[in-house]
Design a protein around this ligand. Sequence first.
Ligand SMILES: C[S@@+](CC[C@H](N)C(=O)[O-])C[C@H]1O[C@@H](n2cnc3c(N)ncnc32)[C@H](O)[C@@H]1O
Length: 312
Amino acid sequence: MSPGAGDRPTDAPPHAALRVPAPDDGTREVPWSERVALPDGTPVLMPNAAAWLAESAGEVDAELLALPYPTLCRLARVLPEIGAEVPLRTALREVLATHAPDGARLAVEAGCGVGPDLPALRAVADAVVAVDGGVANARVARALVRGEAVAGLARHEGRSFATGEDIVRAALDGVTVVVGNALELPLRDACADVALAANLVDSIRDPLRLIAELDRVLRPGGLLVLTSPFAWDDRITPPEAQLGGSTIPAFAAMGSEAALAAILRGETPWLSHLRYAILETRDVPWTLRDHARATSTYDVHLLVARKATATG
Ligand SMILES: C[S@@+](CC[C@H](N)C(=O)[O-])C[C@H]1O[C@@H](n2cnc3c(N)ncnc32)[C@H](O)[C@@H]1O
């Protein structure tokens, strides 16, 4: 990854489903030609794009090892998954292949991270739009989508990192990575045949709003795939917004897994208009390497649901 080193690449025309939210009001849009972009060309499709870039300044064009310490820690945990056989990614590939609608034109991923699931999404849809709020994540995801080498990264301990063998994945055509907010997706209503949020529900400020946004962009009959270890963290998701074990009595009693299914079926006072059929659920282990002497293993809940059509 050597972003910022060259001229701003000229990208293909934007996917018709993408929109550039207006700075003053995320529901309106401005012409594509006025979008903000990273030096590597990644579009930043947020109403507050300039402010977000200022906040993410350390990630915008730094070389890999010069990225901020917390960013390096996060990347070192997830980069080893690329190209490796990981049970969670295999399970996602399987459920997408099994349940995605035939002839799907667009798959959308919210919170794509460095993009471990983009090949599986592209395998079931003609085009993929992947959105992540993390500037460094989006840069890495984009580089991998373009078949560019990204240095492997390992954390020894503390602030000691080392780069390893380059990671290269076959280039994927038809996949667009953008910096954007999953709570305000830069996409038109009902544009997607498939929507995926892998490990985002518990990594976001407002999970209910995330579900509402995914529902907004998913067409009737479309496929929704969610995974989460429900590892709630008060610094990310306030307790009153957590789906399980939260301060919302109804959800606290249910637990996250049951709460998520009930929300999607429209059985709770929140998002009671939703009508999803749950097609499949399973729990899958997910292990990430924290540093040379520690790994974290989660029991990730995977849920596959189909949005009702007008006729049910
Ligand atoms: C736990 S990671 C999961 C990444 C990837 N889906 C995976 O399974 O490896 C959560 C991701 O969501 C992104 N994220 C968090 N809040 C977001 C938001 N409001 N909008 C877009 N992306 C967000 C983070 O930058 C991070 O890449």
